[in-house]
Design a protein around this ligand. Structure first.
Ligand SMILES: Nc1ncnc2c1ncn2[C@@H]1O[C@H](COP(=O)(O)OP(=O)(O)OP(=O)(O)O)[C@@H](O)[C@H]1O
Length: 255
């Protein structure tokens, strides 16, 4: 399987603390790769390195063989690496629908072309409605983004990410903060994207069942180090992962 994203010996230190420690991985094209690890293992930091929010202290990151280590998040996003929007990218005073419409519009690169904007406005709006239906947020289309509950904000972020139609989707805990009964629908959204075999998905998720069912490949981080990479079955059967991580995680979830 061809690697789409690669890290070579990627390390980042904050002061004296090494949050990601010489991580070398290949992330295969059009597969779903999950990153797991206990709290503080370096998952989000690793994601930030992939998306360009952080620069490594040492090591390199490649996308389709191109060294992107020094590229900004915006440039990486233009290349096709989309990260679920941070809440700062959502316009809090605009409605949910308007936020998604703007994301659709930015994908079509007509932000500054008033005429094109005018001609396609209805089309953008329809696509935005469609995406909101997909992530089960249609009932909140006219709600101002600032008034959404936490789980609803995550759905909005996913809708905005989908609007960009990126080649790589980086999803940082897409179901965090959602009511338990909403989780299957979001998993379904991710499953549907996966079934289309058009995008590469990388996700951090604490819900183990979901990861094991959905993932083609699982990366396990522990104290910033990559301690295992493989199929869900091989990860479950891996003794090092079992003792270093899985036991602890299940205990965490039960507590
Ligand atoms: N900007 C920062 N400055 C200093 N330390 C940081 C910074 N960002 C992360 N860290 C530290 O790096 C380590 C890894 O953090 P990170 O958030 O990546 O872990 P995580 O695996 O995503 O954890 P969680 O599951 O709790 O979200 C932690 O010890 C954290 O305190």
């Amino acid at each position: 399987m061809a690697a789409l994203l690669e890290t070579k010996d990627v390390t980042i230190q904050f002061g004296g603390h090494t949050a990601v420690d010489h991580v070398t991985v290949d992330i295969a094209e059009k597969q779903l790769t999950s990153i797991i690890g206990p709290n503080g293992a370096g998952k989000t930091t690793f994601f930030n390195l992939l998306s360009g929010q952080l620069s490594p202290t040492s090591g390199e990151i490649y996308f389709r063989g191109q060294n992107i280590t020094k590229l900004s998040p915006t440039k990486r996003s233009r290349l096709g690496i989309g990260r679920s929007f941070q809440i700062t990218n959502v316009f809090p005073n605009l409605t949910v629908l308007e936020n998604v419409r703007l994301a659709v519009q930015s994908k079509r690169k007509v932000r500054y072309q008033m005429m094109a904007h005018f001609l396609h406005y209805k089309e953008f709006k329809e696509e935005a409605y469609h995406l909101l239906e997909k992530v089960l947020l249609i009932g909140k289309a006219d709600t101002v983004a600032a008034n959404l509950a936490h789980g609803e904000k995550r759905k909005l972020e996913i809708a905005m990410l989908l609007a960009l139609d990126s080649e790589v989707l980086l999803l940082d805990e897409p179901t965090a903060g959602m009511a338990l009964e909403e989780v299957p629908a979001i998993i379904e959204v991710i499953e549907q994207i996966k079934k289309q075999h058009e995008q590469t998905i990388v996700l951090i998720e604490h819900k183990m069942d979901m990861i094991m069912d959905l993932s083609d490949d699982v990366l396990v981080l522990f104290h910033g180090e990559l301690i295992a990479q493989g199929s869900p079955q091989s990860i479950i059967a891996n003794d090092i992962v079992q003792s270093a991580y899985l036991g602890g995680m299940y205990n965490e979830q039960l507590s």
